[in-house]
Each structure stands twice: as C-alpha cells, then as structure tokens.
Design a binder for this molecule. Structure first.
Ligand code: EPU
Length: 419
C-alpha cells in the first residue's frame, strides 16, 4: 500500500504547468473509434484513467503507438470486436463513451457497467434515451450494457438533466448517423467543446458545442489523418489556484485558459485572494486568512463540483461560517469527515455542508474517498501543522499526473511511501 506523507504548513510558491484535461482525454480517446484512419492526440495527461482507456481501445482492435509521455497515435482502421472487456470498462466512468462511438461506427457494442468515483447514484438514463431516440436498442441487464442499431437516424433529444456524459455520448453516437441530431439542454463544459473540436478536425459536422443546443449533421466517414491537442485541465488549474489560497501561497499557473476559470476566480477574490489574469496563465496569491463564503456547485459556467472539496479546505480555514450546497452529486461530502480528523469543524447534512472556520488544521492520517477528495486532502496536509498521511492514492492517480512531484516543485514537503 502507498501513502503520501506531507509535512506542513508550507505556503506553496512558484510556477506550475497545467496538463491536458482528464475529462476531455477520456472522451477523445473513445472518440477515435469513430475514425476509419489514424490520428494523433497530444497533450494527454499521463494518468491511470487514460492508460485504462488505451487498453480498452487496444482490446477492441485499435493500434496504439506512444509518442512520449503525453502523445499517442491511434489507428482505428481495424476494429476487431464489439465486446469491450468487462473488467476494464467497469474500472472507470468514461468507459460509457465506448458505447456512443461503437454504436455509431459498428452498430453494436457490449461494455461493463461503468465504474468511477462513488459520488452517489450515477444513472445513465439520459445516455440511453439519446441512443434509443436515434434508433438503438439498449439492454442493461446483468451488469452489462449492450446496444445495437441496424441504422442510426438523427433526432431531437431534450436532456432532462444537464449531463456532461450524456451530451458527449449522444454527440458521439450521432456523428455517423443519417441526418441531423439536435441535443437540447446540452451541457456546456469546456471538454464538450474540446470533443466537438476534435471530431470536427477529423471530419465531423458538429455546431453549437458550448451552448445548450448542439446540432450534429451526420457524415459518412471520419478519416483522421490529423493531430489534435487536448484542452488544458480546468479542474487541475482550479486545484492549484485553491491550493495557493489555502496555504497562503503565491502560484503562477501556466498553460490554462483563464476564461474557463472565471467562477473559481470570482470566489477566490470573494474570500480575499488576489488574482492576476494573463489569458493563458494566472497568478493566485493570498496573504491573509480567507473570508467566509457561500458556494453552490452548478454545471458550467457555474462553480464546478469537481472543485468543491478543494474549496472546502479553503472554507474550513476561513474566518466565519461558510456554506456549500452541492447540486450535482448526492454524496460528495465524504471528505469532510477526513478534514474533521484534521481539526476542521464541518457539519454535512445531505447536499449541504456548514464550515465553521478554524485558524489551523493539524496533520492526521486521512483517506482519500474519491479523486477530488484526494486532491483536497493533499492541499489540507500542505496547509496543516504537522504530519498528514494520505491513503487510497489510486483515486488521486486516476486524475492527477505526478501529483507529489508537482506539489514538491512548488515547495511542499511531500513524499510517496510504499508500505
Ligand atoms: N445524470 C442523470 N442521468 C444521466 C446522466 C447524469 O440523472 O443519464 C445526473 C447525475 O446523477 C448528476 C448530474 O446528472 O446528478 C450530472 O452528471 P453528469 O452526467 O454531468 O456527470 P458525468 O458525466 O458522469 C462528469 C465528470 C465528473 C463530473 C461531472 C459533473 C467525466 C468522466 N466525469 O461525470 O468528473 O463531476 O461530469 O461535472 O467526465 C471527476 O473528474 O472527479 C468527476 C467526478
């Protein structure tokens, strides 16, 4: 078993370069299954979710060549099976994108029930509603999802909830369908725009990504032949921004798109942090105890749920009582029990949590309950006095590349130890 041992407190200072977005990468890789050709993807984060994704593509017959740490070439000309390995697909959430892509390209697919972070119920009814609207027959019995279509024909689909996964998945399934598909009440996250840009670069005809209505005119074939670079990770950038505030540090965060960070920037200013926006980099610093704030997580462009735990660390140290209302996931406050072990005073009730700010956190052994909780605990350990041990690192490694090296490079006293 591995753990991270962090000795704090340390104000994080220096420069950090943001990697490609995990949630774009894990959609773009399955999207390569739509291409009857070869393409290269650059700026891929080197994380375990991306590695599993590559293994799934290989199991389906795609050939993958690694061009270094952050780039791969995918040759999807020969798809050899429509059964994706159940053990791999049930390991992570984004395996559901294989359904949309393979339905469109091959007319059938079988995958395991998608896994991923345990954040409460994670239904996929909106994905299925979209596939069925295009003419597919979907069965979800016995822990396996199988979908089949003799022909996919464009349709208009109104999403009952704003869903990142369903928006991307229906978009994938519509790319090679006959006619026009309209996704209404679509999600608008930067990675949705990125997947659409990737597909358009490869020959698709998708318009309106980034708005709540996306129109996909089906094309006969995607031929590839191009190179695409994944968008910088909004959530990774936000994680370091909030780390600067929580540790009263000063970070220059490079290779980000600051437009994607506006909801985070606004809250950082509200709690007393300073922000300098340079367009493709952002400086965040804070030399005072954070002020209290109220946060409600919302789909983009609202405050992202994937930064809620990291913001929770800031608010646990704030002057006064803050509240967070989580509107996306049922159970994203599991990390608050861990922060309370470090001296925080947080009461979580259902989808709300109340943070009675404390002056200091103290090191303790803590358990990462999901990916973003893990990032929050690293920030907390860096801000806290004494030694923090963070366990369950497999969650963190799913989404953050070289996390301890990058925290070390900005001053954290952090090491990974195998027991
Ligand atoms: N929902 C439904 N039916 C559906 C799909 C979603 O009711 O068919 C509900 C969900 O239960 C949730 C809400 O809609 O209440 C939003 O879910 P969404 O589909 O947007 O989430 P997702 O696609 O499963 C992605 C990210 C998550 C991130 C959410 C919200 C990936 C692989 N995962 O999940 O990222 O929290 O969007 O932004 O893109 C993370 O990176 O740590 C992470 C959990």
């Amino acid at each position: 078993m591995e753990k991270l041992v962090i000795k704090g407190p340390t104000p994080l200072k220096g420069e950090v370069v943001i990697n490609g977005a995990k949630n774009a990468a894990v959609a773009i890789l399955p999207a390569t299954l739509l291409i009857d050709g070869i393409c290269t993807i650059d700026n891929l984060p080197n994380i375990s979710d991306v590695n599993i994704c590559c293994q799934i593509l290989e199991a389906l017959g795609a050939k993958i060549t690694r061009n270094g740490k952050h780039s791969i070439t995918v040759d999807s000309r020969n798809i050899t099976t429509t059964k994706a390995p159940l053990d791999l697909t049930s390991k992570f959430r984004a395996s559901y994108y294989v359904i949309g892509a393979m339905l469109s390209r091959m007319g059938e697919i079988e995958v395991g029930m998608p896994g991923g972070c345990k954040l409460g119920a994670r239904p996929i009814d909106q994905h299925i509603k979209g596939f069925e609207a295009l003419g597919a027959v979907v069965d979800t019995g016995k822990g396996v999802i199988s979908a089949k279509a003799d022909e996919l024909v464009g349709n208009t689909i109104y999403m009952d909830v704003v869903s990142v996964g369903a928006t991307i998945n229906v978009m994938l399934s519509a790319v090679l369908a006959k006619g026009t598909t309209v996704i209404d009440n679509a999600a608008k996250e930067p990675h949705i725009v990125d997947v659409a840009n990737f597909l358009n670069t490869m020959g698709a005809d998708i318009r309106g990504a980034g708005t709540d209505m996306i129109k996909i005119n089906g094309v006969e074939k995607l031929s590839g032949g191009a190179t695409y670079s994944v968008v910088p990770d909004q959530i990774e950038a936000g994680t370091f921004m909030l780390a600067a505030v929580a540790t009263k540090g000063d970070l220059l965060i490079k290779n980000c798109i600051t437009k994607h960070l506006e909801s985070i920037t606004a809250k950082i200013i509200e709690v007393g942090g300073q922000v300098e926006d340079f367009g493709d980099s952002i400086r965040v610093y804070c030399d005072q105890r954070p002020k209290k704030a109220s946060i409600k997580t919302l789909p983009y462009p609202g405050f992202p749920t994937d930064l809620q735990p990291q913001m929770g660390v800031v608010l646990s140290l704030a002057d006064g009582t803050s509240t967070i209302n989580e509107s996306i996931w049922e159970s994203r406050f599991q990390y608050t029990d861990e922060l309370n072990k470090m001296g925080a005073k947080i009461t979580a009730q259902g989808k709300s949590a109340f943070f009675e700010g404390v002056e200091k956190l103290y090191g303790a052994p803590v358990y990462s309950t999901d990916l973003r909780a893990g990032a929050a605990l690293i920030i907390a350990g860096t801000a806290a006095e004494g030694i923090t041990e963070v366990y369950n690192l497999e969650h963190i490694d799913r989404g953050y590349e070289d996390i301890e090296e990058r925290f070390r490079s900005i001053g954290a006293d952090i090491k990974r130890i195998s027991e």
